[in-house]
Design a protein around this ligand. Structure first.
Ligand SMILES: Cc1cc2nc3c(=O)[nH]c(=O)nc-3n(C[C@H](O)[C@H](O)[C@H](O)COP(=O)(O)OP(=O)(O)OC[C@H]3O[C@@H](n4cnc5c(N)ncnc54)[C@H](O)[C@@H]3O)c2cc1C
Length: 423
């Protein structure tokens, strides 16, 4: 009997999980990704804030899957998907499939604002994270050479836009980097010239967590010297300033955009109905209504549960991948598909040393207890024993010596360049 081919686009949380879950199914799995590694995005901000090396949060896909006999990997960028012909086009190849799983994720969304795309830094890839690190360290070096006080303050000011988990964690980590580490590296600079501001358009942080935990996160950030501002909408970004819709100007030579994400191009151009953020509307079993052999999972998929769209989070991607793989297995066996059921594990956000908020299976944690939960959860989820060990050593070093391991400016020329943003 002809062995079915399952093409999986994306080796992130969703795609990798689908490939692994099909290990014992009599199908041939072809996993395609434009990069040769799986990236643990929740720790990207630690690369950006000089705490971890890029390699410590990434693992080659071939190494992860090398023991699995029925899977092959192709390093290629998918340019289009022809649903009617059942063909995926990538790097000049036309790859046919019996089942397709689209797990291509999301990219930073600057909502069509060209100035934000041009003058702010996004955080979606390893290149983005290294670019932020290079940029901030470069600004401190420039500040040392700058005699003009106002100009120096602008070089030492960082604005982070977006009060979700990425913005909150980034603000906490950068505040600690500049206040605990860089002030020692740059004794000639005045600590009062350094400013970290977190802007949020709504009236609270961390919309996925209970309001009291969000308030605790705000208080934790303020204790670390972060200025948290609500109702702040950005109109424009320029190299040395952020301009709000009210006309207010914040002089800051670093703007980090953590305020939006949307599904990647190939997902938005699939020709299927789209929900918010360019995500593809899927049926309850995660397939496309018009093409039941095609599944969409993770950040690329739009599904409402209880009247609310599921968030773009790793647990959603992983749980969707389990269901999609199960449904492919069922179809191969001639059994009916089953509907996706989401079990919300809660959420976590760290604010820095000894400080985090966590809402896990209905239980609320804050402060040191939440921070320990956060450390354990992230270490467990990181792929690869070597990476876990290196991350643990780095964290212990930072904790004991108030230090950051990776304060290198590796490429001053590309410090403002990011790889995965769209205007
Ligand atoms: C900075 C940051 C922090 C985050 N923190 C958290 C957190 O703390 N907790 C949490 O639960 N979630 C967090 N998330 C969200 C989480 O990372 C995503 O929800 C999750 O990665 C989605 O999984 P996915 O498989 O859908 O996509 P991804 O993991 O993004 O994987 C998509 C894959 O598709 C590949 N790809 C894309 N386009 C193509 C193409 N055309 N051709 C070939 N390959 C392609 C990409 O290279 C990538 O490997 C964070 C995200 C970011 C950016």
């Amino acid at each position: 009997m002809h062995e079915k081919t399952v093409v999986v686009i994306g080796g992130g949380f969703g795609g990798l999980r689908v490939a692994k879950m099909l290990a014992a199914t009599p199908v041939r799995v072809l996993l395609i990704d434009r990069r040769n590694y799986h990236l643990f995005q929740p720790l990207l901000y630690q690369v950006a804030s000089a705490g971890l090396e890029p390699e410590e949060i990434a693992q080659p896909v071939r190494a992860i899957l090398r023991r699995q006999k029925n899977v092959e990997f192709r390093l290629a960028e998918v340019s289009s998907i022809d649903l009617d012909r059942r063909v995926v086009r990538a790097n000049g190849m036309a790859i046919g499939y019996d089942f397709l799983v689209v797990a291509a994720g999301a990219e930073t969304d600057t909502f069509g604002n060209a100035s934000i795309a041009e003058a702010s830094l996004g955080l979606k890839s390893l290149q983005d994270a290294v670019a932020i690190r290079n940029h901030i360290l470069g600004q401190f070096e420039r500040a040392v050479l700058q005699a003009d006080t106002e100009r120096r303050r602008s070089l030492l000011s960082i604005v982070i836009v977006g009060g979700g988990p990425t913005g909150v964690e980034m603000a906490g980590a950068l505040s600690e980097l500049v206040r605990l580490v860089l002030t020692r590296d740059y004794p000639g600079l005045h600590p009062e010239d350094i400013h970290v501001t977190l802007l949020e358009a709504q009236d609270r942080l961390l919309p996925g967590l209970p309001a009291d935990l969000a308030a605790a996160a705000q208080a934790g950030l303020e204790r670390k010297g972060v200025e948290v501002r609500y109702g702040a909408q950005v109109e424009r970004c320029e190299p040395d300033r952020v301009i709000l819709k009210t006309g207010e100007i914040l002089m800051a030579s670093t703007a980090i955009w953590a305020a939006g994400a949307r599904a990647v191009d190939i997902v938005r151009n699939l020709g299927a109905p789209l929900g918010s953020r360019g995500r593809v509307k899927v049926e309850p079993d995660l397939s496309l209504a018009s093409h039941p052999e095609v599944y969409v999972v993770g950040d690329a998929a739009y599904l409402e549960v209880g009247g609310r769209a599921l968030p773009m989070m790793a647990p959603v991607a992983i749980q969707m991948a389990n269901t999609a793989a199960d449904n492919i297995r069922r179809k191969v066996d001639g059994r009916p598909s089953k509907a996706f059921r989401y079990r919300d594990p809660g959420g976590l956000a760290t604010i820095g040393r000894n400080a985090a908020v966590a809402y896990v299976h209905g239980l609320k944690f804050r402060g040191f207890a939440a921070w320990v939960v956060w450390l354990v959860v992230h270490l467990i989820q990181l792929i690869g024993f070597r990476n876990r060990l290196l991350v643990l050593v780095n964290w212990a070093w930072d904790y004991l010596f108030y230090d950051r391991a990776v304060r290198l400016i590796t490429s001053p020329d590309d410090e403002k360049r990011t790889s995965s943003r769209s205007a």
